[in-house]
Design a protein around this ligand. Structure first.
Ligand SMILES: CCCCCCCCCC(=O)SCCNC(=O)CCNC(=O)[C@H](O)C(C)(C)COP(=O)(O)OP(=O)(O)OC[C@H]1O[C@@H](n2cnc3c(N)ncnc32)[C@H](O)[C@@H]1OP(=O)(O)O
Length: 222
């Protein structure tokens, strides 16, 4: 298996952004391709979890998939995908754990910025299970971290999660869910954000977070 530490990946600095002057039209086209591939890999994960086929067939499928992995390995970045942007202010972070277009581990979350903050509708399947039939608590926290972070950043500044507190009011069923987040107040470099996950019967998880603009980060521009 490939190293997880990427010591050679100096091109993607931790917390850094990579200037990449691929034209927007080309980025959009490539994004559609990688998103389609990731969608099929996501189907593969779900199908793997829920398969009832016999052992011999699963061994054959494993061999087929290993050959596919070898084909993908023929052309690879030296490390993680990072966040890239071009001169037209188009940015893309295809590896992101929550919304990365190329990341089959991401649900993916499609975050909408609205008048009061952000919201996202998501349908979580078998790959996100914790307690039987329910969403894993860490998955809930991860999704909230992301949407609350996007809310704090408001598409104009960089913020990192300082503290995230979650209250699990009842089990969150797998299936369609609604996430919401809004800014409560700001104090200097700190942005206080509230978030929630709800199913058709109401809120299942509530969260509060402090998101911090790192010292030296560019000031907000809008
Ligand atoms: C397209 C982009 C999409 C964006 C969405 C992404 C969402 C995902 C968000 C994440 O997952 S971020 C990854 C998880 N978070 C981290 O890895 C952060 C690691 N920690 C740090 O980098 C620093 O500790 C941090 C930037 C949070 C703070 O460092 P600083 O050196 O800037 O803080 P400093 O010590 O100067 O304190 C500044 C203020 O923040 C307060 N503070 C510091 N750390 C805190 C903390 N952890 N929690 C709450 N408050 C904190 C501190 O008390 C102080 O308050 P006051 O101004 O009132 O004195």
């Amino acid at each position: 298996m490939m190293s997880r530490r990427f010591p050679e990946a100096a091109a993607v600095g931790v917390g850094g952004f990579v200037r990449d002057d691929t034209p927007t039209e080309q980025v959009d086209r490539r994004e559609a391709v990688v998103a389609s591939l990731a969608g099929t890999v996501r189907d593969l994960v779900d199908a793997t979890i829920r398969t009832t086929l016999g052992d011999a067939e699963l061994h054959r499928i494993r061999d087929d998939l290993a050959a596919v992995v070898d084909r993908l390995r023929a052309g690879q970045l030296p490390g993680p995908a990072g966040i890239r942007y071009n001169s037209e202010r188009r940015s893309w972070n295809w590896g992101n754990a929550v919304m990365g277009a190329a990341n089959a581990l991401a649900p993916p979350l499609d975050v909408v910025h609205d008048a009061s903050g952000c919201h996202a509708d998501v349908d979580l399947g078998a790959a996100y299970e914790g307690p039987p039939g329910l969403v894993h608590g860490g998955v809930s926290a991860m999704l909230l971290d992301h949407i609350m972070g996007e809310t704090a950043s408001a598409m104009r500044r960089t913020t990192f999660t300082g503290t995230l507190t979650t209250r699990y009011r009842r089990g969150t069923p797998l299936g369609p869910l609604r996430l919401e987040a809004s800014i409560v107040r700001e104090e200097g470099r700190k942005v206080f954000v509230a978030g929630s996950i709800a199913d058709a019967d109401g809120v299942t998880v509530e969260a509060e977070g402090v998101f911090i603009q790192p010292a030296g980060a560019p000031a907000a521009d809008g």
